[in-house]
Design a protein around this ligand. Structure first.
Ligand code: PRX
Length: 654
């Protein structure tokens, strides 16, 4: 309720300038409304036209949407294409010499890669993969630092029809193992080390550790890119250096022509159980979603320099680094590192140096940079910027206004883009040359996105009331299934409560009197920490896997930089620790979670109790734990609580 009330007070609105609107790809509300109308009148023709206009098909499709096995929808399913061909080859004649990637490394070193050079590197590496007998349908784990090679590895997989599954470089050996085991991957691509903020990240050592764990015996080879001079433990026969693999390979590699419905990649994301879900995307529909939304939302035009600060380990790095920009022959900046190294001016310096015109980042980064130097942007020439974007979590109006005024000089529209790993591409966001923005709202659905906010029975809610965000019609870039778990796919995303008809996003939202969407947060047990999705159950499973832990419950608490922070309530098998012993134990458990999942899942706060607050039927009362985590006095009814006295224990800070 507090989110709802505070947001409803937000009345500021910002229209694009006449100049911006006139030059925009979708120019003015009339154009936006016309597109929406076209989608309403003939939904399939709307998508088919875009698919023909934006994608180069090897074999044209004759069917558009097949919903005969709903909710396992198929799009363009008798068409054939290759995603890498669409991102590279088709641009070579006109854009071969254009810059595809401006890469800035952790130490500030800059390199430029043209489209023809990127094509050459992808072909070399794709041929290298083929020499390892990797081909269509094989699963490949990519565990790489940010950089050109990460993109090359993904594009090379797409080129030969192998299904990549990128694992964020901050995840631990346990997470790498889970993804190898679930996909039965035959190959892992990694680097000896990564570099982040001046520190090395032991990627190869983590892969080595993962491969000693159960379930990884499908892996035949590990390809290792030499990022640093640091060495790597070597297993002869299994491990191969990237540079050796491409030695003597041909610079031409005929793309594998794929059916539009063939999987392009699997990306794991957290849900409400302990096991992350393998979100499976298709070649055709996904590429259309990424390509079209990039053009509409970022209004990319030749001459622009686009920079998305995400990591390829997340969906944003897939759709808006690896695929969307390249399919549009865009010039983009990619960076290795963190926003605060070598100092908090890294972003502003890079925007000035590379003349970035479109800048896309996360609210958490914005908030942390406000904290570390709200006036720093003023010391740099940011006049090249014309459009700003945010993704991953709600942005608070204060941070939005700072971004608008201090970074964008009050002249750049901000596209607050709502979407998910599952939707593959942006669904709700202002088209910047048409839709006026309001700080904190992701505004209106893209044309062709039939979004609504409904109550438990599936009926639309009144403006101002909160409800479940749903998408009522399938769209091309929607997740196809959960890898290995179609039942979970059906139950999670197309639940019976809505007759299996609506895609349930898992977010709550409300709409204002102008139809603008305001996202309120997740309705499931998923936390959003620094824009990263974490399942509370996943962290609980990691905690109870520790031999000393009997039980654990994890909740989120508001955090001014991260958005949400993780708080864990833990019951040990032995006595409840207090004083120094409790502090020591908490530190040990934080390290344990970092080792089991990754540092991003580490609790900020751990509390110990002799028990957890439970109802008489044994259910953990999470809403009480959320109040305790926030440090609020308990005002809720605790009469159904089996053991009220433990609330005091759990409220006690370490
Ligand atoms: O809760 C929403 C939040 O992030 C979730 C999706 O997380 P993930 O699959 O990791 O993808 C993040 C990058 C697309 C959503 O269910 N979210 C994403 N974008 C926004 C957002 N919440 C509010 N505003 C947004 N713009």
């Amino acid at each position: 309720m507090s989110t709802l009330e505070s947001i409803l007070k937000e009345t500021r609105s910002f229209s694009p300038s006449d100049d911006f609107r006139q030059k925009a790809i979708v120019s003015g509300m009339e154009s936006y409304n016309t597109l929406c109308e076209q989608a309403n009148q003939d939904y399939e023709a709307f998508w088919a036209n875009l698919a023909r206009e934006l994608i180069t098909w090897h074999k044209p499709f004759s069917r558009v949407l097949d919903d005969s096995a709903a909710p396992f929808f198929k799009w363009f399913d008798d068409g054939e294409l290759n995603v890498s061909y669409n991102c590279l080859d088709r641009h070579l004649a006109q854009h071969g010499h254009s810059t595809a990637i401006i890469f800035e490394a952790d130490d500030g070193k800059v390199s430029h890669v043209s489209y023809s050079e990127l094509h050459r590197r992808v072909c070399l590496f794709a041929n290298g993969l083929k020499s390892l007998n990797i081909g269509k349908g094989d699963r490949v784990i990519i565990y790489m630092p940010m950089g050109v090679e990460a993109v090359v590895a993904m594009q090379a997989c797409a080129r030969i029809g192998a299904i990549h599954s990128v694992v964020f470089g901050g995840f631990s050996a346990g997470a790498v193992r889970d993804r190898i085991a679930d996909t039965a991957a035959r190959l892992v691509i990694t680097a000896n080390e990564g570099l982040r903020g001046g520190k090395s990240v032991p990627l190869k050592a983590t892969v080595d550790e993962a491969l000693t764990l159960e379930g990884c015996d499908t892996v035949e080879h590990v390809v290792v890119y030499q990022r640093t001079n640091g060495g790597a433990h070597w297993q002869e026969g299994r491990d191969i250096w990237w540079h050796k693999l491409i030695e003597g390979q041909s610079e031409q590699c005929e793309p594998e022509w794929m059916n539009a419905e063939d999987p392009l990649f699997i990306l794991y994301t957290s849900g409400s159980t302990g096991k992350p879900k393998g979100i499976q995307h298709s070649c055709g529909g996904y590429l259309l979603g990424a390509t079209n939304s990039f053009r509409w939302v970022f209004d990319y035009k030749p001459g622009d320099v686009y920079w998305c600060t995400a990591d390829v380990g997340w969906i944003t790095g897939h759709s808006y680094i690896c695929y969307g920009p390249l399919a549009n022959a865009a010039t983009q900046v990619i960076f290795e590192g963190i926003p605060t190294y070598p100092d908090a001016a890294r972003f502003w310096r890079m925007i000035e140096q590379h003349k970035v015109s479109i800048f896309y980042t996360a609210p958490t980064a914005i908030r942390s940079l406000i904290k570390l130097g709200a006036d720093l942007p003023k010391e740099y020439d940011l006049s090249s910027l014309r459009l700003l974007g945010t993704v991953g979590e709600p942005i608070n109006p204060e941070a939005w206004m700072w971004y608008y005024e201090t970074v964008g000089g009050s002249r750049c529209p901000i596209v607050d883009t709502w979407w998910q790993t599952e939707t593959g591409s942006i669904q709700i966001a202002p088209l910047p040359g048409a839709v006026a923005t309001k700080p904190g709202s992701c505004t209106l659905p893209l044309p062709g996105v039939i979004a609504d906010i409904v109550d438990e029975s599936g009926a639309p809610v009144e403006p101002g009331s909160g409800g479940f965000l749903v998408i009522k019609k399938p769209f091309p870039s929607l997740v196809r299934t959960i890898w290995n778990d179609p039942e979970r796919f059906k139950k999670t995303y197309f639940p019976e409560e809505f007759n299996g008809q609506y895609y349930l996003a898992g977010d709550s939202a409300h709409r204002d009197e102008n139809g603008y969407v305001w996202i309120m947060g997740r309705v499931d047990d998923v936390l959003n920490v620094s824009g990263h999705r974490l399942g509370t159950m996943e962290i609980e499973s990691a905690l109870v896997a520790n031999p000393l832990v009997a039980e654990a419950a994890v909740v989120g608490k508001p955090h001014d930089v991260k958005g949400e922070a993780v708080v864990a309530f833990v019951v040990l098998k032995g006595a409840r620790p207090t004083g120094e012993a409790a502090k020591k134990m908490a530190a040990e458990l934080k390290n344990w979670v970092a080792h089991e999942i990754g540092k991003i899942a580490q609790p900020d706060d751990i509390r110990f109790g002799e028990n957890l607050p439970k109802t008489r039927s044994g259910k953990i009362m999470r809403r009480l734990l959320r109040s305790i985590a926030k440090g609020e006095a308990i005002t809720q009814d605790t009469s159904t609580l089996e053991n009220p006295q433990i609330l005091d224990q759990l409220a006690e800070p370490l």
